[in-house]
Design a binder for this molecule. Structure first.
Ligand SMILES: Cc1ncc(COP(=O)(O)O)c(C=O)c1O
Length: 353
């Protein structure tokens, strides 16, 4: 097997893939494949109920929050959010910390006014920008808590009474935070949760009452919540795989998961810092625990190292085309040993130069 450090679709725990493949042939001895069970039937209702309970348990949230499993990926969330919560004459605040944050901002401009509270764009998003005072009249403040492409992460969040909204796509369930500070959190599944095709949204129920315009049910958080994510046929298999991952996280515990994620990131950043050949891209105090971005001083080494790593069964470390170099995504399913193998490859490569 290859060790896949891809930023997403990303690797899932082996046991999750094993159970998922068994469920394709026969779901829980029911004689039916998970691919053919009814989305309003008992079996899937039980899957949703357990998954929703685990999401709230792992995030430390109570019944003030609704858990939704939606389609359309992160990109639909960029639009759904302002569609639901930003009136034409109103303003929302955006922290522009990377490509995805910028995309979210541009989509909001189609529905109302936006204020950029901080931006690191002119510095190629190498750090999390400061955001200053948050004006109280904003409808919400949007941030991208982990910037997948640039390898930066928020370690503190705005203190405000304005509803906080976070795109946590590339980090949800990787660390303990006070998630109750957020009014809405969304995360695409294909990084830390499950296969592509489903996006997890956790929203404070009181927010649902703030819908600003009439919307088709499928684009309304309120309607989706009222229909418990089965307003249309949901991606049953993707949600089931997500449940398997949630069970796996729960069996380890979020604190142990975080500790392991810190250990993995520290090991790799240390190796990058100790190297004469590689260097880290993001500013040190904002370095992501999830996506480690690094480069070689000489760009001619990039393809050679990618080939060198591939010969050692390491894949998915090519940096995003806008940054170049390398990116190792250390999501929950990546083990400490996997990271040690990457470091060994980096060191062996450096020695050969
Ligand atoms: C932080 C973040 N948000 C949003 C997205 C976009 O997700 P999707 O491709 O599902 O629209 C990505 C994709 O990598 C991402 O990393």
């Amino acid at each position: 097997m290859l060790i896949n450090f891809d930023a997403g679709p990303a690797t899932l725990p082996r046991s999750v893939m094993q159970q998922a493949s068994e469920a394709i042939l026969d779901y829980n001895g029911s004689g039916l494949s998970i691919l053919e069970i009814a989305h309003r039937g008992k079996a899937f209702t039980a899957i949703l109920e357990e998954a929703n309970g685990l999401v709230k348990k792992l995030l430390g949230l109570d019944d003030d929050y609704a858990v939704l499993w939606l389609q359309g990926g992160g990109r639909l969330q960029f639009s759904m959010l302002p569609m639901n919560f930003l009136g034409t004459d109103e303003t929302a605040g955006y922290i522009e910390s990377g490509h995805w944050a910028e995309e979210a901002l541009h989509n909001a401009r189609l529905y109302g006014y936006t204020e950029v509270l901080g931006s690191s764009k002119t510095d190629q998003y190498t750090y999390i920008p400061d955001w200053g005072d948050i004006p109280e009249q904003l409808q919400y403040v949007h941030l991208t808590s982990n910037n997948t492409i640039y390898g930066t992460q928020f370690f503190r969040f705005p203190q405000t009474t304005v509803p906080l909204v976070a795109d946590m796509s590339s980090e949800l369930f990787s660390r303990r935070l006070d998630y109750s500070r957020f009014s809405l959190i969304y995360a695409v599944a294909q990084k830390n949760i499950g296969p592509a095709g489903v996006t997890l949204v956790v929203v404070r129920k009181s927010m649902l009452e703030r819908q600003k315009r009439e919307l088709p049910g499928i684009l309304s958080y309120k309607d989706e919540a009222a229909n418990n994510s089965v307003l249309n046929t949901p991606p049953v298999f993707a949600i089931y795989c997500s449940l398997l991952t949630l069970r796996w996280i729960d069996s380890i515990g979020i604190d142990a998961i975080e500790q392991r994620n810190r250990e993995k990131a520290n090991l790799l950043y240390q190796a990058v810092d100790d190297s004469q050949l590689f260097y880290g891209v993001a500013q040190k105090e904002h370095r992501s625990l999830m996506n480690v971005c690094f480069r070689t001083h000489d760009d001619n080494h990039t393809q050679t190292f990618l080939n060198f790593a591939r010969e050692r069964n390491i894949t998915g470390i090519k940096g995003h085309r806008s940054v170049g170099g390398f990116r190792a995504s250390l999501y929950n399913a990546i083990s400490v040993e996997n990271v040690q193998q990457l470091i060994a490859a980096m060191q062996a490569f450096e020695q050969q130069q």
